[in-house]
Each structure stands twice: as structure tokens, then as C-alpha cells.
Design a binder for this molecule. Structure first.
Ligand code: GLC
Length: 709
């Protein structure tokens, strides 16, 4: 064959859109250095450095993250697809957690909506906006189950329940992946950090891992997530980023996951700190052979593994499998065909309207004595507190390109509803000065109601933000007491990234709303709820303890051999505080009231292959339209392993007019009542299952059915 003809074919081949067989051909032409280059991922500081551009030219980078804007991604991509030898396009990653520039509620807040469709919508919008700025891969959704509010990253997930967490994980994957790759993180068990201390060790039994922490990842995989991110923590002594049971046995052999695993930041290098590797090369070998395909930020794979491959301490087949997973992902994203992926962002008005709607659905009404809320749009309102006129904190702990200038503060939101507003900051968020108390008290004295906006700074939750206490920081509690002492009715608006201890407020303040960090429309959404333009419908995705000493405290706990009994000293409880939470999982109030009656099950006996339908009549017994989150819990009363006293297995948001009653159906496939048996395999055993249907995890009508073989 003439040289010219050979070159022509090669050029056409390289330029041609890659197909499966071409990827094999591409792989066969890659040098070992270029293969390890595809496994290398580095962070840029907004734009690629000259050194990073040189790595791209040399084929030693598979992706970059934190490159901001298409004006910065395009030139680097051009180097990859025109100047590198094999012209393999790059991935451009970013932590688009709950919005790109249009910031939506933090995931914990959005989970309060119990509305997976809302989560899918915000993820889709965030992915579309990010794609318009050159991003093709997000490190979200974070799907870690969290039972300990001391852990700051509880803010980034969907709370304590695997069922709600799984629905939210799948919804966010579907949403993001309409425009960019999604990454389910952090695989796995990160939320079980002992003592809620960030990055701490975890002691998770295989049964709890499979029943509680893994299900949201499985839901993300079933929803087609492209990548998983391996976690920093160890699991019973085996670090997640060097844990073949997680990233090979479970992920590849059991789940048949076709995507790829990226390490979290320098978690490959951190295997040395964990004490399971004595060198960078050994750390890289442990991680890669365990199933971590891409090395984020350590540069170990690209710098230290060639010699191990050449000496067969790492089989070349392991490298090739990892490279192929990444090439297939790039092919799936269409990068070989369209590396620049020019996209347009959704209109800002659309994003803002979505942000306001979802924020309104994420606000939990915790208390409303004597129907103080909703407020009338008349008279003088005092708006007080360090978060009242704050435009930064509502963005939350990880807000990507979100800007304070885009945020509507609570004060601004309230001013759109009433004319006469008195404002006093009152205090800082976590400083000790009370110099502002006098002005706050004076404002409260002149008002018919005082709205206090209190809580945390955005950076007091999220990564590297564990707290050893859970109260209102600084002197905010004293500010609340000083204002309440004026006798002016107080509405407490909370802005926070975790459950807080609210003992004094819960006993003395007539109205409390939990707003989490709601994003750019925080002020309008909060005002919509405070003044009744939106009837709150959110429910808690996490338990609020009474005191810190109860933590960890979660609803789906086992019964123990001596379940709490106030009349029996020798039962599982404390001598100084009730064992019940201040506010339970699934709890939330409305401006109307709902009643439940006539719970019926479709069958008294059912086989594993059957589906049980629970039908309950829900009545809006109040004076205005409202949305109830009807929740169905199940208890497997007797099994070969002790089972939780309740597990959420279905829920539905139901909107009813005043006086309206509706028969609501909730379906549960009996096969979904599995647990991990004594043989460590999933099983549904015959026996009695108790079904609870009601407004939260502490109440409800009951019925039972028999599961028969
Ligand atoms: C961080 C986080 C992880 C994030 C990654 C990239 O350390 O643990 O969630 O995606 O680094 O920013």
C-alpha cells in the first residue's frame, strides 16, 4: 500500500467518529504512557496552566476540572483533539452540586420536598447551564446516607433514609445526564464517619452497608450514572479508594456497572496515610487494581505506575480495562464526534422561577402555635438576625459559580409583601458581640411580629465542616431570647445545613420554619411561605434530636432487647432526656390539617412476587388547600435478623382542597421488603409485616399482612 494511501486511511480513521471497534483500534495504538495519561485527572485554577496544556499535548491527561467557562475549555480541548498524537478529547469536570450559577436549594433542603421530580428538574437545569460553560461532567449527586448531624456533608445529601435517598439519587442522575455526565459519590459509607468527624474511620457491618449506604449508589447505577467517586474514608480498616470489595466485587461483579470510578481528590495518595501503602507506586497499585480507574489530583497513575506495569506487578489488562471504560464514556458523551459540545443555557427567568418553586417546596414548617403563620400583609414587621439581610449564606456550602448578587435575601423577600419593615441585624453569626441587641429589641417592640432569621454560615456545613455542637452559633440564642422577652410574637426562620438543637426555641417560640440554604430565591420563597402565598409541604429528611447526647439518632433503628419503656428503669433510654427526637424523620406541618382514615390493604396474604396496595382516605380538615406527603412504612415483625422498627417504602404528595377527602393508593412490591439474611444474601422471609401509613415516621394508621412462601 502506498505511503500516501496509508496516511489517508489513518487520517480518516482518526478523524472518523469513534465506534466500538475503533476504540479497540485506538487502544491498540496507545503507548503505555498515553494509557496511564487517560487515567490522570487534574484540577485547574479556573483555566489550564501552561504545564497542564503541555500534559494535554503529550497525551498525559484524560480530563481537567475547575476550568471555568467555554472560553477556557475550548482552547484546551482544541489542543487535545488537534495537537496530541491520538487526538483523544478531554473530560471537563466541576462540582455542580445544586446549581451552576443559578443556585437551587442544597440537596438536603431539596430532599425535604419529597419530590424527586423537582430534584430531576433542578439537576437538568443545572446540567444544561453548566454545559453552556464548557462543563461536560459533574461530581454530583452526592448520595451518602447521613445519620449524624455533626458531619457537615449531611448538607450535600438526601438525609438518613435509603429509600428517599435512592429516589433522589436516581432523579438527579436522570436530570444531570440530559446534558452532562453525573457522578454518584462518595463510594461508600462516608456519612458513617465516627463521631461525625470529617474523614474519620467508619465501622459499618456488611449488612448495614448493603441495606443502608449502598442502595442510593445502586439506584444511581440503575439510572445509568456514568461514574462513581471513591471515598476518602476507610470501611472497617479498608480504605474505600483501595477496596476491591466495593469497587470490584459489588460494583463490577454484582452490579455489572459499565462506567468508571474516579478517586476523590488525593484519596489514592492518602492510602499511604491510611497505612495500607508504603509508597506512591504501591498506593497507585492498590487503588487501580481495586477498581479505581481515574486518579484525581495525585498524579500517581501517570507518574509512578509504568514500571509496575512493565514488571507485571500491575497486569496490562487492568490498565486497558480502566482506559476502555473512560474511552467508552467519552464516546457515550459524543466527545469524539463533537468535542466542544457548544450548548446554550436556559433563560435566567426560567432558572429563577424553578429556583423559587423548588425552594418553596423545600421549607419545613416545624411549629405554628395559634396559627401565628401565615402573617397578614399589613402592619409593622421587624426583621432581625445576622442572616436576615444576608445574600451570601443562602447559597450554601458548595455553590459553584453562584453569586451573592443574584440572591434575594429574606429581608428583600419580606419587603415585597409588606410596606412597613424594621430591620436590625442584632448579632453576628458566630461572634460573641451583643452590641446589636438593643436595636433588635427596640425594633421588635415597635412591631406586631418579629421575624428572626438565624442559623449557620454556609461554610459551617459541607466538606471539612464537622461541628462538635449543634446549637445556634455565637450569641444567636441569646438574641432570640432577648427579642422574645419583649412579648412581640416571634417567628424563627432557620438557615442551616444540618439538623440543629432547638430546645429553647421549640419550647418558647410560637412559629419555626426550617429553610436550610435555599439558593438564589431564598428570600422570595421564604416570604411566600411566611405570608401564605405558598402553603408549606416539606417534611424532614433527617431527624432533629433534642440534645447532642442522643446523636446519632435516626428513625429506622432496631428495637433492641429492651425497647424504651418509661415505666421500666431497665430498658433502653437515658435518665436525663426522652429517647424520642425533637422532630422526627418525615415530620412537617401545613397551614391546613389532614386526617387519615380507612386504611385497607389489597391483600391479607401475599407472595414475594406480589404487590401490596395500601389504600387510605386522606382528608383536608382545615380551611385552605394544602399538600400532604402521605408516607408508608413497613416493619418486618419477626425475621432471622433483627429488623428496623420502621422503614420508609412509599410516599406520595397529595394536594387537597379544604374539606376534600381522597382515597390514596400506595404500592409496595413485596420483593422490596428484602434484607440481608444470615447468609449475607438478600432475602424476603415469610411472616407478618406491619404497615404504617401516616404523616411522618412517628405516627400513622396500622395494618398487617402475611408474606407467604
Ligand atoms: C472534594 C470532595 C469531592 C469533590 C472533589 C472535587 O475533596 O470530597 O466531593 O467532588 O474534591 O472537587
Amino acid at each position: 500500500m502506498s505511503h500516501v494511501r496509508h496516511v489517508l486511511i489513518l487520517t480518516v480513521l482518526l478523524a472518523a467518529p469513534a465506534s466500538a471497534q475503533n476504540l479497540d483500534s485506538l487502544l491498540s495504538r496507545m503507548t503505555l504512557e498515553e494509557k496511564l495519561g487517560q487515567l490522570n485527572l487534574l484540577s485547574a485554577g479556573g483555566r489550564a496552566s501552561p504545564e497542564q496544556m503541555q500534559l494535554v499535548r503529550a497525551g498525559k491527561l484524560g480530563g481537567l476540572f475547575n476550568v471555568m467557562g467555554a472560553e477556557n475549555t475550548t482552547p484546551v480541548q482544541r489542543i487535545a483533539v488537534t495537537e496530541s498524537r491520538l487526538k483523544i478529547p478531554l473530560l471537563f469536570g466541576l462540582d455542580v452540586i445544586h446549581g451552576y450559577r443559578a443556585i437551587f436549594p442544597i440537596p438536603l433542603g431539596e430532599a425535604s420536598s419529597f419530590d424527586p421530580e423537582a430534584a430531576e428538574a433542578t439537576a437538568r437545569a443545572a446540567g444544561q447551564e453548566a454545559a453552556a460553560f464548557g462543563i461536560n461532567w459533574t461530581y454530583a449527586p452526592m448520595v451518602d446516607i447521613a445519620r449524624d448531624p455533626r458531619w457537615g456533608r449531611i448538607a450535600e445529601g438526601s438525609g438518613e433514609d435509603p429509600y428517599l435517598g435512592s429516589l433522589m439519587a436516581a432523579a438527579r442522575v436522570r436530570g444531570f445526564q440530559q446534558n452532562i455526565f453525573a457522578t454518584a459519590k462518595h463510594f461508600a459509607g462516608y456519612g458513617a464517619a465516627e463521631a461525625g468527624r470529617e474523614y474519620n474511620e467508619t465501622e459499618i457491618s456488611e449488612r448495614t452497608m448493603r441495606e443502608v449506604y449502598l442502595p442510593p449508589f445502586k439506584a444511581a447505577v440503575d439510572a445509568g450514572v456514568t461514574s462513581l467517586m471513591s471515598a476518602f474514608n476507610d470501611v472497617a480498616g479498608v480504605p474505600a479508594s483501595g477496596n476491591a470489595w466495593l469497587t470490584d466485587t459489588v460494583l463490577r461483579r454484582e452490579w455489572r456497572f459499565p462506567g468508571f470510578v474516579v478517586s476523590d481528590w488525593t484519596s489514592v495518595a492518602e492510602l499511604i496515610n491510611h497505612g495500607i501503602a508504603g509508597s506512591q507506586a504501591e498506593a497507585g497499585r492498590r487503588a487501580l487494581t481495586a477498581g479505581v480507574d481515574m486518579d484525581m489530583q495525585s498524579s500517581i497513575y501517570v507518574d509512578s505506575l509504568a514500571a509496575l506495569v512493565q514488571s507485571n506487578r500491575i497486569p496490562l489488562a487492568v490498565v486497558d480495562s480502566a482506559v476502555m471504560r473512560i474511552l467508552r464514556a467519552k464516546q457515550r458523551l459524543g466527545l469524539f464526534r463533537d468535542p466542544y459540545r457548544a450548548r446554550t443555557a436556559p433563560p435566567a427567568t426560567e432558572l429563577r422561577a424553578l429556583a423559587r418553586r423548588v425552594a418553596g417546596e423545600s421549607i419545613v414548617l416545624l411549629k405554628n402555635e395559634r396559627s401565628l403563620l401565615p402573617l397578614a400583609k399589613a402592619g409593622t414587621i421587624a426583621v432581625i438576625g445576622p442572616l436576615a439581610d444576608n445574600k451570601e449564606e443562602p447559597l450554601g456550602p458548595w455553590h459553584t459559580q453562584g453569586r451573592a448578587e443574584d440572591v434575594v435575601s429574606v429581608l428583600q423577600g419580606i419587603k415585597t409583601k409588606v410596606q412597613t419593615v424594621l430591620y436590625a441585624q442584632g448579632s453576628g453569626i458566630d461572634d460573641t458581640s451583643k452590641a446589636g441587641f438593643a436595636a433588635a429589641v427596640a425594633a421588635a417592640r415597635q412591631a406586631k411580629v418579629a421575624v428572626l432569621v438565624l442559623g449557620e454560615r454556609g461554610d459551617m456545613s459541607g466538606e471539612a465542616a464537622s461541628r462538635s455542637s449543634l446549637g445556634l452559633p455565637g450569641v444567636q440564642e441569646q438574641l432570640l431570647e432577648a427579642v422574645a422577652a419583649t412579648g412581640t410574637p416571634v417567628v424563627l426562620v432557620l438557615m442551616n445545613g444540618r439538623p440543629l438543637i432547638l430546645e429553647w426555641a421549640s419550647d418558647h417560640v410560637p412559629a419555626i420554619v426550617e429553610t436550610w440554604f435555599l439558593g438564589i430565591e431564598a428570600g422570595n420563597a421564604t416570604a411566600d411561605v411566611l405570608f401564605g402565598d405558598v402553603n408549606p409541604s416539606a417534611r424532614l429528611p433527617v431527624t432533629f434530636p433534642r440534645v447532642l447526647g442522643q446523636v446519632p439518632l435516626y428513625y429506622n433503628h432496631r428495637n433492641t432487647g429492651r425497647p424504651p419503656d418509661a415505666n421500666n428503669k431497665y430498658t433502653s433510654k437515658y435518665i436525663d432526656v426522652p429517647v424520642t427526637p425533637r422532630y422526627p424523620f418525615g415530620y412537617g406541618l401545613s397551614y391546613t390539617t389532614f386526617g387519615y382514615s380507612n386504611l385497607k390493604l389489597s391483600a391479607a396474604r401475599a407472595r414475594v412476587s406480589d404487590t401490596i396496595t395500601a389504600t387510605v382516605t386522606v382528608t383536608n380538615s382545615g380551611g385552605r388547600e394544602g399538600t400532604e406527603v402521605v408516607q408508608l412504612y413497613v416493619r418486618d415483625e419477626v425475621a432471622s435478623v433483627s429488623r428496623p422498627v420502621r422503614e420508609l417504602k412509599a410516599f406520595r404528595r397529595v394536594t387537597l382542597k379544604p374539606g376534600e377527602s381522597r382515597a390514596v393508593d400506595l404500592r409496595v412490591a413485596v420483593r422490596d421488603l428484602w434484607f440481608i439474611g444470615l447468609d449475607m444474601k438478600p432475602v424476603v422471609e415469610p411472616g407478618t409485616f406491619r404497615v404504617y401509613v401516616g404523616p411522618n415516621s412517628a405516627e400513622g394508621l396500622e395494618a398487617t399482612f402475611e408474606c407467604i412462601p
